[in-house]
Design a protein around this ligand. Sequence first.
Ligand SMILES: Cc1ncc(COP(=O)(O)O)c(C=O)c1O
Length: 379
Amino acid sequence: MAMPEPAATGGTSAEPGKCVPPARPEVERLKAYSAPLEGRRGMLRLDFNENTIGPSPLVAQVLRNFSTEEIAVYPEYDGLREALVQNLLETGCRPGLLPEQVGLFNGIDAAIHAVFQAYGSAGETLLTTSPTFGYYTPCAGMQGMTIEAIPYQGETFDFPLAAIQEALAARAPRLLLICNPNNPTGTRLPADQLIALAASAPGSLVVVDELYEAFTGDSVLPCADFTATPNLLVFRSLAKTAGLAGLRIGFAIGHADVVDRVSRVTGPYDVNSVAVAAAFAALADQPYVDAYVAEVLRARDWTLEALRQAGVRHHCAGGNYLLIWPQRPVAEVDGALRREGILIRPMAGKPLIDGCFRVSIGTTSQMQRFMAAFLPLER
Ligand SMILES: Cc1ncc(COP(=O)(O)O)c(C=O)c1O
C-alpha cells in the first residue's frame, strides 16, 4: 500500500525516510470536522446554539460539592436512565418507556458516532437532508458509506418529504438521519410523518435528532411506539436547553435492542461522573429549563420584529437560531461583530445557504446587544 506523505503540521513531521502509518483509507479521505473554536469565553456566544446563561443553580451546587472520592472512582450510572425516563414521561413522552430504552453518551456527537459504528457498513447508504448538522457526513464517511443528502426546498427550506419517501422506497438506505427541527434551517416535520417514514422502511434505522425540540414542542416521543416502529431512534440532550454543553452528555432513546447495539460500540465509562451528577441536577430542575426556553422564545419574537422593521432578509422556523443574509459579505460582518465581542456562525460553503450566517437566540437583552451591533453594519 502507498504510504502517505509525512505529516507536516505543528512540528510533528517525521524524520527523513520515516513515514506516518496510514489510517484506514476512509479516514485518510476525511476532512476533520471543524469543532467550536477556542477563545470563546467572555464573548456573547451566539455561534453554537448553546444555552447562553448557563445551567440551573442546582447544577452549580452539585458541582461545587463534588467530592474527591467521586473523582477517584469510575462513574456509576445507576438511576440516571430512570431519572431521564421520569423526566421524559413528565414532559409528554408516550407512557411505557423503560430505562433500558435509554442509552447514555458522551454528548450527542458520540451517539451519532456510535450509531454509524453500530449500523453503517462500507458501501451502504446514509440518507439525510441538506444542509443539516455537520457531523453526520464525516461519520458516514469514516464508515465508507455512500451519502445521499436531499436538499430542503424553496426559499422557506421545506422538508423534501416526497423525495425522502422515494429514496427510502427505492434504495432502502441503512440509515435515515433527520434533524428535527433542522439545524440550521429550522425545518420541522410533524411527528406522525416521521413515524410514517420509519414504518415505511423497517429495514432502515431512522434516527431523529431532536436536540432543539424544546423550542418547537414537536417531539416525536409523545407518539413513538418503539414496539410498532423498533427502527426509530431519538436523540435528546441537555446541551442546548439545560446548559450542560461543556460536560458532554446526551441520550439515545428507542427500542431496547437498538439502544443495546448502539451502546455496544462505546466504552464502558465514556460518560464521566461530573456529567452524570450534573445531569441528575439538571433533570431535577425542569422549571429552570422551561423558563429559559420561554425567554428564548420571547427573545426570538423581539428579534424577528426588529429584523422585519429593519428590512433585513432572514429565515426562522424552529430551534434557538435563525439565518440572516447581511448586505455586506458575511466574513466582514463576522469580523466586525467579533470585535464587539459577539460570535455568530457564518454558513459559508453550506449548500443553499452560502452567504448567510446563523445566529443563536439567547435572552432578549443579549439579542438587543446583537442587534445594536449588527444593524449599523447594514447601513
Ligand atoms: C443537531 C445537532 N445534533 C447534535 C449536536 C451535538 O450535540 P452534543 O453537544 O450533545 O454533542 C448538535 C450540536 O450543535 C446539533 O446541533
